[in-house]
Design a protein around this ligand. Sequence first.
Ligand SMILES: CC(C)(COP(=O)(O)OP(=O)(O)OC[C@H]1O[C@@H](n2cnc3c(N)ncnc32)[C@H](O)[C@@H]1OP(=O)(O)O)[C@@H](O)C(=O)NCCC(=O)NCCS
Length: 181
Amino acid sequence: MLERETERLIVRKFTKDDWKDLYDYLSIPEVVKYEPYDVFTKNDCIEEAKSRAYEQRDMFWAVCFKKSRKMIGHVYFAQLEPDELKTWTIGYVFNPKYYGNGYATEACKSILQYGFKVKNAHRIVAGVCAENKPSWKLLERLSMRKEAHFIKNIFFEKTSEGKPIWNDAYRYAMLSTEYDG
Ligand SMILES: CC(C)(COP(=O)(O)OP(=O)(O)OC[C@H]1O[C@@H](n2cnc3c(N)ncnc32)[C@H](O)[C@@H]1OP(=O)(O)O)[C@@H](O)C(=O)NCCC(=O)NCCS
């Protein structure tokens, strides 16, 4: 299934031409603050869009406006090993121009439905930095259950002496039996 439709959005597989829309948001430091990578250059985005269109095709979904087809963010959805646990992880990054309208919620709901109804997932999980309130609020809007609070287990920055600045993290989850979509 290459394309999913929601009320306002198309959630589809990446094409190599998506690099420009990807650059619009992956080049912004605040957007990648809690991601395991730094800001992307234009060239990085050209390579990344190609990779998401081919090698990483299964894992990334581009989220676009239904009318203009502008890509406004993406959802990451990948199966964790071993396969027999039937567990997927979900992640998301959106263009800040479009925050505050429920687009991320709408796109992630569609991917949860894909996970439970099409992929037959037993469990879908998400990890989030405790400081990243917009992200854990999104997980709560999706009715995911907070099941762990890890103390100072991750860092996204280092001090000038090169020491990690530790952060707490939460894990959220939803079981197929909890899904009511
Ligand atoms: C995480 C992220 C996607 C959340 O974006 P967002 O705009 O807050 O999320 P949504 O698109 O679901 O919009 C929800 C907001 O719109 C409001 N809203 C308006 N219309 C809405 C609707 N129809 N449905 C749901 N919410 C709606 C909600 O009340 C909420 O606003 P609030 O936070 O002021 O209460 C965004 O902050 C982001 O991309 N951050 C950078 C990347 C990142 O950190 N990713 C996560 C790493 S773990």
